[in-house]
Every structure is written in structure tokens, then in C-alpha cells.
Design a protein around this ligand. Sequence first.
Ligand SMILES: *Cc1c(COP(=O)(O)O)cnc(C)c1O
Length: 365
Amino acid sequence: MDLPMIPAAKPIIGSEEREAVDAVLASGMLAQGAEVASFEEEFSALAPGTEAIAVNSGTSALHLGLLASGIGPGDEVIVPSFTFAATGNSVALTGATPVFADIALDDYSLDPDSVAASITENTKGIMPVHLYGHPAKMAELRKIADSRGLMIFEDAAQAHAAALGGEKVGTFGTFAAFSLYPTKNMTSGEGGMVTTSDPEVARKIRLLRNQGMEKQYENELVGLNNRMTNIHAAIGRVQLRHLPEWTAKRQENAAFLSENLEGVIVPHVADEAEHVYHQYTIRVENDRDGFANALREEYKVGCGVYYPIPNHRLPSLAHFAPNLELPNTELAAAQVISLPVHPSLSQGDLDRIVEAVNAVAKAGA
Ligand SMILES: *Cc1c(COP(=O)(O)O)cnc(C)c1O
């Protein structure tokens, strides 16, 4: 069979993005300026009641959000280990200690009991990740945070426009960080956004992304250059206008897969949760790597494993968590496979994905 590969992810870039970039190039105003300010204004509608601050990556959004929230050496922030390394990295980069808690296996997000058990006198905050686009267990986490006087920092890198009980992600904590990397639900090329309803945190992030300057050459803080360019903002503004239609298509694709897949564990959606399916992630109980290889090689269905190594066992972060055991994290890392769910899939692609998964599951059962 000479089937074309169905890609695991596919950024959609069209003539509108090209025209928007061309207009910025023609203007000569390339660096952070009016286009970035408009993008921030428009993006903040995803998290009502917040202001949005644009930066050059999701990682910068997490890092500057933490610095602006006062996180630094001696502090602990509770994070999941089952996530992209940027979550724990951003904590470590402030000089604070990432403390890894276990996840729940229904939605792969922080398990509130494990979080509660991880709190010490140095804990300053909890950083849930809305993994795969499904909102984390915010009601339970908020209860813990409120009763222990902790801040909540949302890693919303994968969850643009997701919601829980009618509340949008990006509104639950001191700040939230979104990524605009090409494989995310919308992109600016590279880029990130912080949303916050705290004006002082917002002001500090604006300073920190720009060498600590509000007034030129009167630097108030030691800062970085984490600015977004007008070129990237122009792409992001076009993408933001398409986000509702792309999210709806991801949700339709996911609904079709969940209805038709057999012999695998399909994604769970919590009551009152709006899942935006950055990834459509199944679990297979036996020989995950063999399963994924068969999908790719025999059936040309692109798929990914997010994430094969728990962060608390990565060479870069393991020293923060010697001898830690996180059983649900280990199980998920051994069993997950993410299938294509992106908005460019055709009905033919979806049929092929179902046929392939069901055949491989049956052969392995
Ligand atoms: C993508 C991602 C990030 C980092 O975003 P970048 O834009 O790549 O820096 C952080 N956390 C999670 C969970 C992510 O998926």
C-alpha cells in the first residue's frame, strides 16, 4: 500500500497570514509595536477579565509570569511531572524548586490529593497544566490553594479557549501562560501570551520582557529581551480569528474518533469541561511502542507520544526529585499515544485512523 502519511499535526498557514506579514514588512515597523498591542487586546478576549501580554514563547510566558509573581530561590512550586519540560524548567529558571506531584489518570492533570501531600512550608504556588487541551481539576486545586494561601499559575500552553464550568482557562490563577508554537491550536510562528487580572503582575511582565524598562533607558528591573515582533503578532492575529472554527473542527474530529475506536482507552471529558483537543490521546495497555510503530509504518497514521519520560526522571530535572515515585505518571508515560485530530483532517483520513487503530488493537488483544 502506498498511502500518504497522515501527519500528527499540521499548522494551517494561508494567504491571509502571508498578506498580514507582508503588510508589516512593508511598514518597516518590525519589532514590538502596534501589531503586538492589537494582538494582546484581541487575545485577552479568550480569558475575560484579564489583560494579555505577548512574549516570544510559551516558556517565556511561564518564566516571566513566575518572576512577576515573586517566585525565586527558596520557594517551591508544585508541578506535574507528566508534561512538557518547559513547565518544570520555568520554575527552575527562577531559582525556585519544582516539586513534582502525580496526575490523575482520567484527564492526565494534577491529582489534588498528590498536590496536597506535596505542600511544605516553602510552597508558594501550584502550576496545573491543562494537558492535551482538557482543563485541569481547577475547583479542587483552587480549594487547596485558598486554604493553604498558595498562588495558582496555569500552564495553558495547550488549552486556548478551553473552559470549565463556563470559566475560561487563563482566568483561574495569578497568571496563565499560552504557547503559540506552530503545532499548538493556533500559532504566531513562535510566541507566547500571559493573561492576568493583576495589574501589578501585568506591569512587571511588561517590564521584564523589555530589559526592565517602561521609560526608555530608565531601567527599573533586571529584565530580559523576551519581546514578540510585529511580524509574529500579525500571524497570530489572523490565527486568532480562525480559532473558534478550528476548535470546533478538532472537537468534531474527536467526537468521531471516540465514537468509533475500539479496544483502546479514549479521552475522558469531565463534567462541565470544554476540551479543545490540542491532542487526542488514547491509552493502550500492552506494547505501546509496538502499537505506535504499527500505526506509522503499516497504516501511515502519524502519531506521537507526549510524553515518554516523566520530567522528574529527566537528566535536567531529576536532581530535584531523587527517589520520587509517581505511579500514575509512569503508567501514562508508558501507555499514551496521541492520534491526529487537527482541523485539516478529511473524513477519509478519519476513517483511515479508525480502521488502523481498531485493526492494531484487535491484532494485539
Ligand atoms: C508547548 C508547551 C510549553 C512551551 O511553549 P513554547 O512556546 O514551546 O515555549 C509549555 N508547556 C506545555 C505544556 C507545552 O505544551
